[in-house]
Design a binder for this molecule. Structure first.
Ligand SMILES: Cc1cc2nc3c(=O)[nH]c(=O)nc-3n(C[C@H](O)[C@H](O)[C@H](O)COP(=O)(O)OP(=O)(O)OC[C@H]3O[C@@H](n4cnc5c(N)ncnc54)[C@H](O)[C@@H]3O)c2cc1C
Length: 476
């Protein structure tokens, strides 16, 4: 996910409790009598991503008997740190979005995890479709035009003639007006379209045409810069997981839920039971219906699941022997004629010193790219770097290491993160997060209209589910 500067409408939040609407305030330091009662209540948490681990830790700290079942042989879910060229890369989330009041910033600080605020306001090294550099003066004009386009399009959210339209429709309409009034040249129009990809499609992981205009900018965001974790985001999930009972390689295929009795059935027939459960299955998995619920989930929830969308955001890490690109630019951007084709490369070298570039692709282009084999993907991305290099005197070399993600083909993720498509509502997220009775609770990045898409959304949703469960048990 990219910088939050792209997400219009932001508001500052003061405290964690204010971030958990609909719950009675709750302390995890329950009394001794409560603790012995709670120790007899077994809670199954399905999924060991950020939301599941946050929920499991909060409940364990309160005194519940908790275990986590996780389909993969690793924890973290869409947080996935791997080793690469002697350092670390994140194949899922990279940034804590918004450093002020963000509970994950506090978690990182508490565990001594190194963070660096990335400079997203500096000009990128930007190149046009033929590979020629776009000067800072020309970029300033493009960013100014982008501002106008976004403002015009954003202003149409409540215009009845734009009802049921997409963000793409409104932006392209605003861009067309600028072009027909000759305010903008055809080359500038390509540049602005490119910025719509890096600034909007990159943030939402989906094409502009799929995003609901009416719900554009919904949700709350933390103020301040975005924090990169150069030694890996996985340190945060590792910290939460300490001391938890986690059953890896355990994939729930069928969940039977009745008041006070939950039974999960795995593919190999293994049955696990508990009194209560917190489900953190990714929205993509819920949409695919690969985990059955008996009785079926309420129609209000399954309809909301069907309406919401899951986009594709993929990374290709290219490791080289040495850095041949501008070493101190945070981003290298390619304003090609096909706007979503290899639009941006994040320069890890600037933050870690390692000669590594991370290409980010999003939306339909990224999903199609997943179908190609590794060699074809690498060749495709390197062609862009070579074209830019040939016009700018770079000595482009072959990569020595690559790492490629395919989040949409990953059957226990089925996409990168949620967005609100045309025809859906941001309130659908609350429906996905609504408990079913007082034994089945839901958490995950796609379960709240207040915070969604992000790691902090996942974290807060896990705390919210734990809090609801404890509230229903009379723990306040
Ligand atoms: C490429 C990419 C980049 C991103 N960048 C950022 C970023 O920079 N900043 C940010 O804040 N967010 C970012 N995000 C989003 C962020 O990673 C997610 O919002 C967050 O990690 C989701 O956490 P979760 O707990 O809701 O889901 P998950 O992490 O997906 O956890 C759910 C878990 O359930 C498991 N599971 C699935 N099916 C089953 C089953 N049947 N039985 C048992 N277990 C099952 C999964 O394996 C997974 O471990 C990015 C995501 C991607 C993919």
């Amino acid at each position: 996910m990219l910088s939050r500067r792209t997400l219009i409408a932001s508001s500052s939040l003061a405290s964690i409790s204010a971030m958990l609407p609909g719950c009675t305030s709750w302390r995890s330091d329950s009394s001794n009598t409560d603790r012995s009662r709670l120790a007899k209540t077994r809670v199954m948490v399905i999924g060991a991503g950020m939301s599941g681990l946050a929920a499991a830790k909060a409940l364990k700290d309160t005194g519940y008997s908790v275990f986590v079942v996780e389909a993969r042989n690793r924890i973290g879910g869409r947080i996935w740190t791997d080793q690469f060229q002697g350092g670390f890369i994140d194949l899922g989330a990279s940034w804590i979005h918004g450093e002020h009041d963000n509970p994950l910033a506090a978690l990182a600080a508490a565990h001594g995890v190194k963070t660096v605020v990335t400079d997203d306001n500096a000009y990128p090294a930007m190149f046009d479709a033929s590979g020629l550099a776009i000067s800072h003066v020309d970029q300033a004009r493009l960013y100014e035009l982008l501002k106008q386009v976004r403002k015009t399009a954003y202003g149409k959210r409540s215009d009845p003639s734009f009802a049921g339209k997409s963000v793409g429709f409104a932006c392209i309409e605003a861009l067309r007006q600028l072009t027909s009034s000759r305010t903008i040249s055809p080359a500038e129009a390509i540049g602005v379209r490119h910025l719509l990809t890096t600034e909007v499609e990159g943030a939402y992981a989906t094409d502009l045409d799929t995003l609901s205009l009416a719900h554009w900018g919904a949700g709350k965001w933390f103020e301040g810069g975005d924090m990169l974790l150069p030694t890996g985001f996985g340190q945060l999930t590792d910290a939460l997981a300490k001391g938890l009972d986690i059953r890896r390689s355990t994939r729930v295929e069928h969940l039977f839920h009745h008041p006070g009795r939950i039974v999960a059935q795995m593919g190999d027939g293994l049955l696990l039971s508990a009194e209560k459960a917190i489900v953190t299955l990714p929205l993509g998995v819920l949409k695919a219906g690969t985990t059955k619920f008996t009785p079926p989930l309420p129609a209000t929830k399954s309809d909301a699941i069907a309406r919401l969308g899951v986009g594709t955001f993929n990374k290709v890490y290219f490791g080289f022997k040495s850095c041949f690109w501008p070493p101190s630019s945070t981003w290298i951007q390619h304003a090609g004629n096909a706007p979503t084709s290899w639009p941006m490369f994040f320069n890890l070298h600037h933050y870690t010193g390692a000669p590594v570039l991370a290409a980010f692709n999003v939306g339909a282009f990224a999903k199609d790219l997943e179908m190609k084999d590794d060699a074809a993907i690498v060749a495709d991305g390197m062609a862009v770097l070579r074209q830019i290099g040939s016009k700018n005197g770079w000595r482009v070399t072959e990569p020595t290491n690559v790492a490629i993600t395919r989040w949409s083909r990953d059957v226990v993720s089925r996409g990168s993160y949620v967005h609100v498509p045309v025809g859906a509502s941001v309130l659908d997220l609350d429906e996905v997060g609504a408990p079913v009775g007082d034994s089945l609770y839901f958490a995950g990045e796609a379960t709240s209209s207040q915070h969604f898409m992000t790691t902090h959304a996942a974290y807060l949703s896990g705390l919210r589910a734990a809090q609801r469960l404890a509230n229903d048990d009379g723990i306040t």
